[in-house]
Design a protein around this ligand. Structure first.
Ligand SMILES: *[C@@H]1O[C@H](CO)[C@@H](O)[C@H](O)[C@H]1NC(C)=O
Ligand SMILES: *[C@@H]1O[C@H](CO)[C@@H](O)[C@H](O)[C@H]1NC(C)=O
Ligand SMILES: *[C@@H]1O[C@H](CO)[C@@H](O)[C@H](O)[C@H]1NC(C)=O
Ligand SMILES: *[C@@H]1O[C@H](CO)[C@@H](O)[C@H](O)[C@H]1NC(C)=O
Ligand SMILES: *[C@@H]1O[C@H](CO)[C@@H](O)[C@H](O)[C@H]1NC(C)=O
Length: 468
């Protein structure tokens, strides 16, 4: 199959006008940052600035935007949910993952997760626009490292079986390259063997036994089912994956909303990076923009020069085919290292770009919260019975926020973006995942502005600061 040669994609990237952000004066290490409170406000214009995707000898990159932001091709008309609602959804997503874990090997620190756990679709926030079919039709897809199979809603489909979306439904009958995957093919068998959800020949779109069916149920009750299909996927002009396997969804249910489908980036055979591993080596990276008016990128393939990245080992749970797991070893707030015994981090953190908020075990969460509150003592907390830490910045034109740094195995220390890698709607974007030693989640707020390179074969996750 003919793949395009070297492809290097330079992105025009967008920042909000909040770049009046300035660093606090200090000797050497700056531990606090003064930010304009305008940076907490939603920007309604997609404005411009530049950023580059690190050069890839054989890679492809696509712009990535916030679902609710002005840069989205078909932005969600719904208001972004409140922090309380975001927190609730984030906990549903996390609880779902945790509830499916078998903790039998807990003493040895091993956790096993059954294959193909779905995730809570509605909590996703970042989208990419890709072209599907021939001629290519633009599809707005949610990004998810917590699931594998990609899907779009397909025509014909009525309003009972498909939820309303802004773009027209993808119509396979109008594409010259569309083909359902035959039941009994190897691709269908892999899907069937990987899944406990009745995929394959026993389940298919139109009641015949000739097509490979798929079905995914996510944690929040969302589901999609239809025909597992083969189609041309256009990543960028001229960069076409000829044989991309995805789900043509003829029946969706649950709290889905407006987007056209989902792009699965987990580590099972159905995911985009695994399907394209012969071409791109199975590596990919993303940079999530810090504000909803900004643009980041999703890139397939590894950069030729990774000297700008700091790497930490990336593992997976026993029996888990989907998740990427890293281990935290320490946290600092305002330049001061919190005293946290290392064993509380033993459960690891699932790198989950589909979850907004990070979930930390009880002890590190409580210490982070109290250090952050102490550093922010000048600002009024909004009373809440939900353990959250939300500030009322009314009347302040700028706010002094402590830097928060996360240290991962291998001594890799990452400064989170201030304020957008820490605060969401004026609230500290971390929550309690439960017992110490239990698994947590690295959510997408904390990933903002970092290029995160999933070097799957190398078993490591790279971070590059200030990438978008
Ligand atoms: C929608 O389509 C499904 C399957 O084709 C059918 O069972 C259902 O009755 C239809 N609903 C409406 C409102 O037309
Ligand atoms: C059902 O699948 C068969 C086999 O691919 C196809 O010929 C037929 O057109 C499909 N029927 C519908 C209603 O989509
Ligand atoms: C990689 O990039 C760094 C800095 O960006 C540069 O110093 C180094 O020489 C580069 N290495 C190679 C092999 O090009
Ligand atoms: C925030 O502070 C302002 C002024 O001090 C007050 O009017 C407003 O009610 C407060 N909002 C909340 C949510 O506490
Ligand atoms: C705070 O904001 C005001 C006006 O917006 C500005 O003049 C001042 O320099 C800022 N203070 C600091 C410490 O940055």
């Amino acid at each position: 199959m003919a793949y395009p040669p070297l492809f290097l994609y330079i992105l025009l990237v967008v920042f909000g006008s909040y770049l009046s952000t300035i660093s606090a004066a200090g000797d050497g290490e700056q531990s606090f940052v003064v930010v304009s409170t305008r940076s907490f406000q939603t920007q309604d214009v997609c404005s411009t600035s530049t950023s580059t995707v690190a050069p890839r000898p054989n890679g492809a990159a696509v712009p990535l935007v916030h679902r609710h932001g002005p840069c989205a091709k078909s932005p969600s008309t719904d208001k972004p949910s409140s922090f309380a609602e975001t927190l609730r959804r984030s906990r549903v997503r996390a609880d779902y993952v945790m509830s499916t874990m078998q903790m039998q090997d807990q003493e040895e620190g091993k956790v096993s997760i059954p294959a193909h756990l779905g995730t809570f679709v509605d909590s996703q926030e970042y989208v990419v626009t890709l072209g599907l079919g021939t001629p290519a039709v633009e599809q707005v897809l949610l990004l998810d490292t917590g699931s594998d199979l990609s899907w779009v809603q397909c025509a014909p489909c009525n309003s009972t079986d498909c939820y309303p979306q802004k773009d027209p439904l993808f119509d396979p009958r109008k594409s010259s390259t569309y083909a359902p995957i035959p039941c009994g093919s190897d691709v269908c068998k892999i899907l069937q063997s990987d899944d406990h959800l009745n995929n394959g020949c026993s389940m298919n779109g139109n009641g015949t036994q000739s097509q490979c069916g798929y079905r995914v149920e996510y944690g929040g009750g969302s589901k999609t089912s239809g025909v597992y299909s083969n189609e041309a996927l256009t990543l960028a002009p001229g960069v076409i994956i000829k044989d991309f396997h995805f789900g043509c969804g003829y029946k969706q249910g649950g709290p889905n909303d407006k987007f056209d489908g989902l792009l699965g980036l987990g580590r099972a055979p159905e995911s985009l990076p695994v399907q394209t591993s012969a071409l791109y080596g199975g590596s990919f990276s993303h940079c999530l923009p810090s504000v909803s008016s900004g643009t980041g990128f999703l890139a397939l393939g590894a950069p030729s020069n990774t000297s700008g990245f700091s790497f930490t080992p990336m593992t997976q749970f026993v029996d888990s085919v989907t998740d990427y797991v890293v281990k935290l070893t320490g946290i600092s707030v305002g330049g001061k290292q919190l005293r946290i015994p290392g064993k509380v981090f033993e459960g690891g953190l699932i790198v989950d770009c589909g979850n907004i908020i990070s979930h930390l075990p009880s002890t590190p969460y409580a210490k982070l919260r109290s250090a952050f509150r102490a550093a922010m003592a000048a600002y009024p907390l909004i009373p809440s019975d939900d353990h959250d830490t939300c500030y009322n910045f009314t009347g302040y034109s700028n706010v002094t926020v402590p830097k928060v740094a996360l240290t991962f195995t291998g001594g890799v220390t990452i400064d989170l973006d201030v304020p957008n890698g820490l605060l969401l709607d004026g609230c500290l974007a971390f929550t309690d995942s439960g017992s110490d030693g239990y698994v947590g989640f690295l959510g997408n707020v904390q990933m903002r502005t970092l290029e995160m390179l999933y070097d799957v074969r190398g078993g490591r996750l790279g971070f590059r600061a200030g990438a978008c």
